[in-house]
Design a protein around this ligand. Structure first.
Ligand SMILES: [Zn+2]
Length: 301
């Protein structure tokens, strides 16, 4: 886990370098023109691979529905532009390619690059390919929606969606640890997370804490979910607004206590599904009353 987070942090540094270079118009054209042994399309993700995948269905299981899951959970505008995913058979081939096209960027396990052209995600086949692809793809979807989110929120959302759909509510690897810490009164400060502006300051524990607050906002109750949606919408429209922690304090009397209550229930709950989230979102939009949403699949359905 530690290595993975470290790689991700560095990958964003790589994105910054790449943005300055501004080359990916050409690169995207090269991917489309090149004769790849394997190509496939999963939703808006265009996959190019230097090897024949034994199990093409696995890509569908990793990326299929991810964009709609994110868009519907966060009420993002529909995005039709493509995201290229370049997948290599092994680390050596991946490094060779990256060194050729991006000599100034040290290859990482997974890198998402975006400038004015199509977003591009580069990686190679490895044990955590499912998680890495979903995590970076989540960044890509957020990026393509035109929203530049605060660091903690961007990473928290990517962490939330990096696990497969039926495990997002109660089977994320952070859940038990967050619940144990919350039971001891160790509730992460959302304000402290909001103050982190540099990726170099974003530590492994900040990924966990960001995930926890995103989970809380999405599942605690309808008002918290709507607060997150509205906050992101205002960010996308560049409408000035207070920090989310401040807005949260206006609708939740004691966010720390509610955070503890929330995670005391998560461990004992059944996994929820995106369908359940969608249902709750629809309810939230039309709800005349602000009824609490218990974080269980049975209640949400
Ligand atoms: Zn990330």
């Amino acid at each position: 886990m530690t290595l993975m987070r470290h790689i991700r942090r560095l990958s964003l540094v790589a994105v910054a370098c790449f943005l300055q270079a501004g080359l990916n118009h050409d690169l995207a054209a090269q991917q489309e023109g090149r004769d790849w042994p394997f190509e496939a399309k999963v939703d808006q993700f265009l996959l190019h691979s230097d090897f024949e995948l034994n199990d093409p269905q696995r890509l569908e299981s990793i990326l299929g529905g991810l964009r709609s899951d994110i868009s519907q959970a966060l009420n993002l505008p529909e995005q039709k532009s493509s995201i290229h995913v370049v997948l290599f058979s092994n680390a050596k081939e991946y490094s060779r390619y990256m060194n050729h096209y991006f000599p100034s960027i040290e290859p990482r396990r997974a890198i998402y690059l975006q400038d004015r052209g199509p977003g591009m995600l580069f990686t190679f086949w490895h044990d955590d390919i499912d998680t890495d692809l979903r995590h970076e793809a989540a960044h890509a979807v957020l990026n393509q929606s035109g929203v530049q989110l605060p660091l903690w929120l961007d990473e928290g959302v990517a962490e939330y969606f990096e696990v497969q759909r039926d495990k997002r509510f109660s089977q994320n690897g952070y859940g038990a640890e967050v619940a144990q810490r919350a039971a001891k009164g160790l509730v992460p400060s959302l304000l402290d997370l909001e103050r982190i502006a540099e990726m170099s300051e974003f530590k492994d524990t900040h990924y966990r804490d960001s995930w926890a607050w995103i989970h809380f906002l999405l599942h605690r109750r309808q008002e918290t979910r709507q607060l997150l949606i509205d906050y992101i919408a205002r960010h996308r429209k560049l409408v000035p607004q207070a920090n989310l922690s401040r807005q949260l304090a206006e609708i939740v009397a004691d966010p720390t206590v509610e955070f503890q209550q929330h995670f005391s229930k998560v461990g004992s709950s059944q996994p929820t599904s995106v369908a359940a989230i969608k249902g709750t979102l629809s309810t939230a939009k039309s709800a005349a009353t602000q009824t609490a949403v218990a974080p269980t699949s049975a209640t949400q359905k």
